[in-house]
Design a protein around this ligand. Structure first.
Ligand SMILES: Cc1cc2nc3c(=O)[nH]c(=O)nc-3n(C[C@H](O)[C@H](O)[C@H](O)COP(=O)(O)O)c2cc1C
Length: 377
């Protein structure tokens, strides 16, 4: 960890994480799928949207508080599920949760968390945790995981619907990562009280990793009814993550989803899938008349990026890699700092746009560059 490191923006954390992390692991975190077209798109899509400020609104401070599924959060930026935090910090997800809970926002735990979920949830009893899961090949195991989530106090299940198979990634686990997986860490949350999971564990890390990959990404042929099953079994609200069209959003909600999460998985799954900001309006229109909340992620790196998503109709923005960069560079302090940087940028953006609170950020505050130029002709 660099003691003198001080960041002005998220880009500083990205640059520093490249220096402090091992080459294999940061390449794994930062890479995307196939030709990385969607990954590149995520970097630039926000620049196509311009902010239209109101002036002289008599504002001396802004209120950034909001809520998710009825739970209060200090500002509408939360933490997306990402696997393998122990590559960034030896304490893994416990360290991440320390930063996130101190910031007063939601943390998603990946079902490939490298620390037992109970260790995380019991360390921060006041934390707001959502549990991410895949559509597993073993329904019994899935059922056990869902019941555990409820018991451990998770507030919602995030069902990732864009991962039935793993895409062709630019950079999968490199040799140094495999070495560490073999010697010290596993996606241990799949081991809970289930026969096949326990047997695979006993066979050793390589067998267990293979077991897990087949279980989570072995093309389990689930249909939309699965959403209702997850909801009924877990007795928790369900969020479908990986929605990219209005039709998919509508279908998910009709089948029981309480919220939809627009995501292209940070450019790591279907290449050439669109930027999430570009599909937000379509999803908002498709969900008119429902109570479903809309979240978004993939490529959000600044307060003005967040402002644009809120203006176009998202209730909250989730961060993936920036949290991992913060974790790698300064542990929980880095995680907290990443969130604080974005929060301060959002505050300034709201002040400069004439928005005293989150609800006053409307679609009139943002315009796509192409419409803007056309309007001026
Ligand atoms: C290293 C890494 C691991 C991830 N692991 C998961 C996961 O286990 N489950 C999941 O639903 N999404 C996972 N994601 C996707 C994130 O939840 C999120 O959609 C994405 O990172 C958002 O894009 P951003 O990184 O540009 O902010 C992962 C992303 C990264 C970068």
């Amino acid at each position: 960890m660099s003691t003198r490191f001080q960041a002005v923006s998220i880009a500083d954390y990205e640059e520093e994480a490249l220096k402090v992390m091992g080459g294999d692991a940061i390449a794994f975190y930062n890479s995307g799928s196939d030709g990385e077209e969607t990954l590149k798109e995520n970097r630039f899509s926000s620049t196509r949207y311009r902010i239209r400020p109101r002036i002289m609104r008599g504002i001396s401070h802004v209120d950034m508080t909001s809520s998710i599924l009825g739970h209060s959060i200090t500002f509408p930026v939360c933490v997306a599920p990402s696997a393998w935090h122990r590559f960034a910090n030896l304490k893994g997800e416990v360290e991440t949760a320390k930063g996130v809970t101190s910031a007063g926002v939601v943390m998603n735990l990946s079902s490939v968390a490298t620390v037992r979920t109970e260790e995380v949830t019991s360390s921060f009893p006041d934390g707001l945790f959502f549990m991410q899961c895949y559509c597993l090949g073993n329904k019994r195991l899935q059922e056990l995981m869902l019941r555990e989530a409820k018991r451990q106090g998770f507030k919602a299940i995030v069902l990732s619907v864009d991962c039935s198979v793993i895409s062709k990634r630019r950079k999968q686990f490199g040799p140094s990562m495999l070495e560490r997986i073999n010697s010290e860490m596993l996606p241990i949350n799949y081991m809970q009280n289930e026969e096949s999971s326990r047997r695979a564990e006993e066979e050793g890390p390589a067998a267990f990793l293979e077991y897990f990959m087949n279980m989570a990404h072995g093309a389990t042929p689930v249909g939309l009814d699965f959403i209702r099953w997850i909801k009924d079994t877990s007795e928790l609200p369900v969020i479908t993550k990986g929605i990219l069209t209005g039709k998919a959003a509508r279908e998910a909600v009709e089948h029981g989803a309480d919220a939809v999460w627009i995501s292209n998985h940070g450019g790591r799954q279907l290449d050439f899938s669109p930027s999430t900001l570009d599909v937000l309006t379509e999803v908002v229109d498709a969900l008119k008349g429902t109570n479903a909340e809309i979240y978004i992620d993939s490529g959000f790196r600044s307060g003005s990026d967040v402002f644009k998503a809120l203006a176009l109709g998202a209730r909250a923005v989730f961060l993936g890699r920036p949290i991992l960069w913060g974790l790698a560079v300064r542990g929980s302090d880095g995680v907290r700092d990443v969130l604080d940087i974005i929060k301060e940028e959002l505050r300034l953006c709201m002040m400069l746009s004439g928005c005293p609170d989150i609800n006053s950020i409307t679609k009139n505050h943002v315009i796509n560059e192409s419409d803007y130029l056309a309007a001026k002709l």
